[in-house]
Design a protein around this ligand. Sequence first.
Ligand code: NAP
Ligand code: GCO
Length: 266
Amino acid sequence: MDFSEQFSLKGKVALVTGASYGIGFAIAKAMANAGATIVFNDLKQELVDKGIAAYKELGIDAKGYVCDVTNEGQVNNLVATIEKEVGVVDILVNNAGIIKRIPMCDMSADEFRLVIDVDLNAPFIVSKAVIPSMIKKGHGKIINICSMMSELGRETVSAYAAAKGGLKMLTKNIASEYGEYNIQCNGIGPGYIATPQTAPLREVQPDGERHPFDKFIISKTPAARWGDPEDLGGPAVFLASDASNFVNGHILYVDGGILAYIGKQP
Ligand code: NAP
Ligand code: GCO
C-alpha cells in the first residue's frame, strides 16, 4: 500500500452523529475529501436539510436522517436504513453532544442524567448498533469525541466531565472487547473549539472587551488561540484510515497543547 492509499477512505461509509454543523460537520467534510461516503443524523428535519445543503455547497453528496441518538429504537432503525440505502457503516464518529453549565449543587438530577444520556449512553447505543455488521465485514473504526473534560474538571460542568470521562473509558473498553475483530476504537479530545457550543464563552462584553473566559482559554493554550473545527479533520481521517490500524484504545488530544501546559508563570 502506498503512502497516500494508507490515508484514503475511498469506498468507506462514515456515519457522523450530530453533523449538520460544528465539529461533526468539519470531520465529515474531511472524511468526504478523503473519499468516504458521508451519512449523518440530527435531531430535527430542519437541521438535517440545512446540513445536506451545506455539504452540497462543498460538492459533498451527504445523506442525512432525523434520529435522536439517545433513543435505541430510532438508532437501530437508522443503522438498518443506512445498511439498506448506503451500505454497512465502516466508520462511526460519535460526535453528537450537549453541555449544561450549572454549578453542581444547583443542577437537578434530571439535568445531570440528560447530559449523561446524550454524551455517554448514546455512544454506547450507536456503537452497539454498528459493531455486529463491522464484525461480519471484518473491520471497523469507531471514533468517540471526548474532551479536555475527559481529563480535567472545572466549575459548572460536573455532568459533562462525568460523561466525557466515562466516554474515554468506554473507548478503551470497546477497543479491548472488539480489537480481535479488527475494530479500532479511539477517541479525539478536542481542546476549546469555536462552535455554537462554546459561543457563550466567547461573547463580546457590553464594554467591547473579550469575555473573561475567552482570555482565560487563550492564556491556557500554548497555541494562544481557540481551535477551529477544521483542526480536527486530519486527526479524524487518520483514526478512520488504515494508517491507524494498530492504534486502538487511544485518546488523541487535539488541544493546541492545553494538557501539556501548567499555565503562564507569574
Ligand atoms: P454543537 O455545535 O453543539 O453541535 C452538536 C450537535 O449534536 C448538534 O448538531 C446537535 O443538534 C447534535 N445533537 C445534540 N443532541 C443530539 C441527540 N440527542 N441526537 C442527535 N443529535 C444531537 O457542538 P460541537 O461544539 O460541534 O461539539 C461536537 C462534539 O464535540 C460534542 O460531543 C462536544 O461535547 C464535543 N466537544 C466540543 C468541544 C468544543 O470546544 N466545541 C470541545 C471538546 C469536545 P441540535 O443543534 O439540534 O442540538
Ligand atoms: C466548557 C467547555 C468545554 C469544551 C470542551 C473542552 O464549558 O468548559 O464547553 O467543556 O466544550 O469539551 O474540551
